[in-house]
Write a protein that binds this ligand. Structure first.
Ligand SMILES: Cc1cc2nc3c(=O)[nH]c(=O)nc-3n(C[C@H](O)[C@H](O)[C@H](O)COP(=O)(O)OP(=O)(O)OC[C@H]3O[C@@H](n4cnc5c(N)ncnc54)[C@H](O)[C@@H]3O)c2cc1C
Length: 389
């Protein structure tokens, strides 16, 4: 069996590792646009803060691929696929035939329309190295800016706070993380940010950067924000056009069923770029976390080896926002839920949102209420009917 894996992140590499365990003879190739062997994106903020050494960020060493008899093509991008004739084409023009293909291309960060030294993104190890360099050059009077109000913006908050850099956080929506959180959860997070000295500016749209050679600040519809380093966290977008042109169904992500199979036989998808069918919540959605990507990679390997495996997982992830624990569990799509129950309040110091569909809890968010995590995960997993509760 000849297997090609596009993307050497956790989804792609886990699939390769699991395949090798199951099939000693499979010909496995990983094509990876990034030049580094597998590393942990989760550890990047800790590495930037100096809490984890650079070598500890790597989950695989270069020699691992050879030892596993896995062909690893770093620094190569797939730019074309033909699902019918079963081959992919690299930027270099090389064509690779496959019997089975995994698309595990992750998400690429959205960028501002302009750039100047001092602007930072936080997605790759190279981004982390760049931010470390910027922070090492800063002066005592420097300020930091953050543009965005989601997960990555909160990672920047934690990094800038670690280095005691006065910070202004600016975002478009009425409250932080508005795609997922109600205003009560958002207010609780903002209360914590203000308590920690962060200047928070909502409903502000980016207009331009200031500074010729080095960043001096940025302009939004709410005014000019002075800063020498700007962390941008405005979400991800994937260039899936070559996949669409290969006749794979693509919506927000690469569409799969609950077995992570695309509409073309022997072509699978896993990880952040996959819009999979969630059997618990009953609709197609993106995952966007480590546990999800890793498990999907493993499931695809199992299916490729002939044991067609269903993907069913209540994934969750947590972030500490300047001392406040914020947790997502399961499906937190506000539009898909029939009802969202809000428990707790800013005054009580904790807010939970329960996302309900057909009288079952399918997802939850917790701000300052981490004690509820095991109970809610169990409720979602067991698909308990809550109509009488
Ligand atoms: C700073 C940071 C902190 C995070 N912290 C957490 C956390 O605490 N908990 C959590 O659960 N999740 C966290 N995440 C999210 C988590 O890291 C992702 O969900 C996970 O890495 C997704 O893995 P993936 O394999 O799907 O995609 P990726 O890790 O994005 O890997 C995809 C790879 O494919 C490559 N690629 C794309 N297109 C092509 C192509 N055409 N040809 C060749 N290669 C291609 C990309 O360059 C990339 O290297 C964090 C993410 C970041 C950035």
């Amino acid at each position: 069996m000849r297997v090609v894996i596009v993307g050497g992140g956790i989804a792609g590499t886990t699939c390769a590792e699991e395949l090798r365990k199951r099939d000693a003879n499979a010909e496995i190739t990983i094509i990876s646009e990034e030049v580094h062997p597998l590393y942990s994106r989760v550890l990047l903020p800790h590495y930037i803060k100096g809490k984890v050494a650079r070598e500890r960020v790597f989950l695989k060493l270069e020699g691992w691929y050879e030892k596993q008899n896995i062909e690893w093509l770093p620094g190569e991008r797939v730019q074309k696929m033909d699902g019918k004739n079963k081959f992919v084409e690299l930027g270099s023009g090389r064509e690779l035939p496959f019997d089975k293909l995994l698309l595990a291309t992750g998400g690429q960060v959205k960028i501002l329309p302009e750039d100047v030294r001092g602007v930072s993104y936080l997605s790759t190890l190279d981004d982390a190295d760049h931010l470390i360099q910027l922070l090492s050059e800063r002066k005592a009077s420097d300020r930091a800016g953050i543009y965005g109000g989601g997960f990555i913006a909160c990672e920047y908050l934690s990094i800038f706070s670690h280095f005691h850099i006065p910070t202004t956080m600016v975002f478009r929506s009425s409250h932080v993380w508005s795609r997922v959180f109600d205003s009560e959860s958002g207010s609780l997070i903002e209360k914590q940010l203000k308590k920690q000295g962060v200047e928070v500016i909502s409903e502000a749209v980016f207009e331009q950067l200031f500074g010729e050679k080095e960043l001096e600040g940025f302009q939004t519809t709410k005014g000019k924000h002075l800063c020498q380093v700007l962390g941008v966290g405005i979400g991800t977008i994937s260039d899936l056009s070559w996949i669409r042109e290969g006749h794979i169904e693509v919506k927000t992500g690469i569409k799969t069923n609950e077995f992570l199979e695309t509409n073309i036989p022997d072509v699978y998808a896993a990880g952040d770029s996959t819009e999979f069918f969630d059997v618990i919540s009953g609709h197609h959605r993106l995952g966007g976390n480590w546990m999800n990507a890793q498990t999907q990679g493993r499931i695809v390997a199992q299916s490729m080896c002939g044991e067609r495996a269903l993907f069913r997982l209540v994934s969750s992830h947590a972030i500490n926002v300047l001392g406040l624990e914020v947790i997502y569990i399961g499906d937190t799509d506000r539009e898909w839920a029939d009802k969202i129950l809000v428990q707790g309040s800013v005054l009580e110091g904790g807010v939970a949102q329960l996302f309900l569909k057909n009288n079952r809890v399918i997802g939850a968010t917790l701000v300052g209420r981490n004690r509820d995590r095991p109970k809610l995960t169990k409720m979602i997993n067991e698909e308990i009917d809550v109509s009488d509760q």
